[in-house]
Design a protein around this ligand. Structure first.
Ligand SMILES: [Zn+2]
Length: 309
């Protein structure tokens, strides 16, 4: 039921935050595509590449002695945490639904591999019927355009949470971004301008497409959304950036992360999604969990455990 396509494309690749390049360790082979059968179709995970973020930015309020053992395997000697970027494609009925689109070619040199990965599985962009965004950060939305700033999928329908749209479309977004992240606001706005006459806005708890339910998961950004793909046998939670690390997000979900714009709301969201994933036995798919990003969530003592599929 699972097919892998391994390609050796990221040897020695660099990631950066802002303008500074940060080396990521240990990436010689990545899984670029994995597909899982559902009763109503299939869901695939494609790699857009990897990025690195400084550990002191991600978890600056947590003592290193507690924090670093949980980051073993993803933290290198330079204090950089590796973050894979996975993008999901749901195929069912006559639809192909892409959840986020990766970073494209203008954010980090180590990202923007999604379309190469899709091509590797013989998927043409013209087949994509819908693009659904979890949020408007660069690694999730910048990839909708080509090098000429034209939409790569002009025939697709585009969907985003209405609060996410309202925030990044407002003047507040630029002011809210810290120095070094101002381009997040500029980049979101320029993509929004291309989508303005076609974007479909929704709230949490709606059936945004047949069998796809939006789940309010604010905190990482003001209008972050997750999605449940309801399926007879294997319902899937697409969590976006609500759960970002295979140890810390599951075992210490109450730890604040500076990558979340509202840390308290993000913690509440993590606890809610972990609880729901366990209770409803959902398959979890999340952008920054180890590729291909599919897992199960198990209850473990007072917290949870990540169980890769
Ligand atoms: Zn992200």
């Amino acid at each position: 039921m699972v097919s892998n396509n391994r390609r050796n494309f990221c040897q020695g690749c660099l990631a950066s935050v802002g303008l500074s390049a940060l080396p990521i360790a240990g990436l010689s082979t990545l899984v670029t595509a994995q597909t899982m059968a559902l009763s109503s179709g299939s869901i695939s995970s494609f790699s857009d590449g990897d990025m690195g973020l400084p550990v002191d930015f991600l978890y600056r309020d947590i003592p290193a002695a507690e924090r670093d053992p949980l980051l073993a395997g993803s933290l290198n000697d330079l204090g950089v945490v590796n973050r894979p970027v996975n993008v999901n494609l749901l195929t069912y009925g006559n639809r192909k639904v892409l959840f986020d689109v990766g970073a494209g070619s203008n954010f980090l040199p180590s990202l923007g591999k999604l379309f190469e990965a899709l091509e590797g599985e013989s998927i043409d962009l013209s087949e994509i019927t819908d693009v659904v965004f979890t949020h408007a950060h660069p690694d999730h939305i910048w990839g909708i355009i080509d090098d000429f700033d034209d939409l790569l999928m002009p025939e697709a329908s585009y969907h985003i949470g209405k609060d996410e749209w309202a925030f990044w479309d407002s003047e507040n977004a630029l002011a809210a971004m810290p120095a070094g992240r101002k381009n997040f606001a500029v980049g979101a706005k320029s993509r929004f301008d291309l989508l303005r006459d076609r974007i479909i806005l929704f709230s949490g708890g709606e059936e945004i497409l047949p069998n796809i339910e939006s789940v309010n998961s604010v905190g990482h950004t003001p209008g972050h959304m997750s999605f449940i793909v309801h399926d007879r046998d294997s319902s899937v939670l697409i969590a976006g950036d609500a759960l970002t690390h295979e140890k810390i997000s599951f075992e210490r979900p109450e730890w604040p992360s500076s990558s979340d714009m509202d840390t308290d709301a993000a913690i509440k969201t993590r606890l809610k999604l972990l609880d729901q994933s366990t209770q409803d036995q959902l398959i979890l798919a999340a952008t920054h969990l180890p590729a291909p990003g599919f897992s199960r969530v198990e209850k473990a003592d007072s917290a949870w455990r990540y169980v890769p599929i």
